[in-house]
Design a protein around this ligand. Structure first.
Ligand code: ADP
Ligand code: MG
Length: 486
């Protein structure tokens, strides 16, 4: 832990400790224990079966597909898969929880310890421990903002399958917490087990924060519930760490409690004191048998996993010569990685990465379009890069061609042809331009020859300008040196 990562308080440095519990909604058309639909945005209470509404005598039936997704996710997190796991009832009263308990897993979750690799901006990596992953039902939703007099309950979410993914308290600042959440989302999307859509509530984070003096044991933590964006997670941590440091420096102590992040004010507020596990009186759900997995089935799932971001990144570094940073940017979304690979096929990996990351992503963001809608296809970008590679156009001019490609939808070769943008490599033609530039700037030529060598750049600029940007820069440099030498 580098010293710069500590927060300086009034009485010395503090270290922040963070662990996260992420609720990820399983991509499944049906709920965890009923056949009701899960699609986002349906009319309130239109996707509720008798099981989800907790009608007396209804029995839960486990959805095999959801179990498979939990196993896939566990394997993607390089985690232990528990062939024997148990569903427990977590008992609490809430208006949007008609059963009076949530079916969850407690002591014997389906997935045990695993790990997740953070890709730091400087190209290094950091490993964060995954404690466990368990399956549980979501609750319904209370709506307090529809009417001044009444609250409403929407049970559409009731019974939807969630994976709760718990990390070890291994993160040390808001940046790492943000990277953790993004990397987890990337892995879930590659696996296809959760769409990772935080705006629609498919992924929510409970953020546990404590502070301590460097080298001391962990301090008391507060848990910030249900934070629904990477930015809010980071803001909540920054605020919460400062709040705890102030209390401790004033001689106070931290109460272990559950807090809420107020997104409009950027502060955390106390919600309730932390409940303990015994408050929930967990016990095995008598309606469900323990879940026993066939090892051959788990193996089959393991074999069907796609290439995951860490492996893809390693391949891009080793086989295509990319820097760790560039590789991690490209693999962050499967769609970008696929796009890049299509461009780089049979071309220079590094050159293609530069074009995809800087020019292509830049133009894509500006367009506000999705990759599928955007006019630049891998074939078109590849065509442009071919013209750079065979010296038809300079890298500099290629940027203008690219801008025209975005604007007109035409391919690079057509634009270069139409605009006469072919690079001039014919030394005779370049020499002619240089002669004109030197004649027009005889005084500067004399100064250069008298020793003012920094004028060289001026001559390069003038020559490029006079050639309309088309002269081959390497040839210009070489010929200028020769001619200026006299
Ligand atoms: P609970 O289920 O009561 O919330 P857990 O022991 O399962 O408690 O821990 C929940 C989360 O809190 C985990 O992500 C863990 O890494 C994190 N955590 C535990 N101790 C600390 C601490 N001292 N500071 C920050 N995070 C912590
Ligand atoms: Mg918790």
């Amino acid at each position: 832990m580098a010293e710069k990562d500590y927060i300086q308080g009034a009485t010395g440095p503090w270290e922040v400790v963070i662990g996260m519990e992420v609720h990820a909604q399983v991509t499944s058309k049906a709920k965890l224990f009923s056949g009701a639909a899960t699609a986002f945005g349906a009319e309130p209470n239109h996707q509720v079966s008798l099981v989800d509404a907790a009608m007396p005598g209804m029995l839960p039936v486990i959805n095999r597909y959801c179990v498979e997704q939990a196993v896939r996710t566990g394997l993607g997190l390089k985690a232990q898969i528990n062939l024997h796991s148990v569903f427990d009832r977590k008992n609490y009263f809430y208006a949007d929880l008609p059963q009076g308990y949530q079916i969850s897993q407690y002591k014997q979750p389906i997935v045990g310890a695993g790990k997740l690799i953070l890709d730091m901006p400087d190209g290094s990596t950091r490993e964060i421990g995954i404690t466990r992953l368990h399956l549980e039902q979501d609750a319904g939703k209370s709506l307090h903002d529809q009417s001044p007099r009444e609250s409403f309950i929407d049970l559409n979410r009731s019974g939807v399958a969630l994976m709760e993914i718990v990390s070890e308290p291994d993160m040390r600042n808001a940046e790492e917490a943000g990277l953790y959440l993004k990397k987890l989302r990337t892995i879930l999307r590659y696996l296809g087990t959760c769409d990772g859509n935080m705006e629609e509530g498919s992924m929510r984070a409970d953020v546990n924060v404590s502070v301590r003096r460097p080298g001391e044991p962990f301090g008391t933590r507060c848990e910030i519930k249900n934070v629904n964006s990477v930015r809010f997670v980071q803001q909540a941590i920054e605020y919460e760490a400062r709040r705890q440091i102030e209390i401790l420096e004033d001689g106070g102590k931290i109460d272990q409690e559950t807090r809420l992040f107020d997104t409009s004010k950027g502060i955390t507020r106390s919600m309730r004191s932390k409940e303990e596990a015994h408050d929930y009186r967990y016990f095995p759900d008598p309606d469900l048998l323990p879940l026993e997995l066939d090892p051959a089935w788990v193996e089959q799932i393991r074999k069907s996993l796609p290439e995951l971001p860490d492996e893809k990144k390693a391949r891009f570094i080793e086989k295509l010569g990319l820097s760790p940073y560039d590789a991690s940017v490209l693999v962050a979304e499967k769609e970008s990685a696929d796009f890049y690979e299509a461009v780089a096929k049979g071309r220079d990996g590094k050159l293609c990465a530069n074009w995809v990351i800087t020019e292509y992503f830049g133009a894509l963001n500006k367009s506000g379009k999705s990759m599928a809608e955007f006019t630049i296809t891998p074939e078109k970008l590849g065509g442009l890069i071919d013209l750079i590679a065979d010296n038809t156009i300079s890298n500099r001019l290629a940027k203008d061609v690219f801008a025209l490609m975005v604007e007109t939808g035409k391919d690079a070769a057509t634009i270069v042809e139409e605009k006469g943008m072919k690079q001039v490599t014919d030394t005779g033609a370049i020499e002619k331009v240089i002669d004109e530039v030197m004649a027009a700037n005889a005084d500067k030529v004399a100064e250069y020859r008298a020793g003012k060598e920094k004028l060289f750049g001026f001559f390069v600029g003038q020559t490029m300008k006079a050639s309309g940007g088309k002269a081959n820069p390497a040839a210009v440099n070489e010929l200028l040196k020769k001619k200026l030498a006299g």
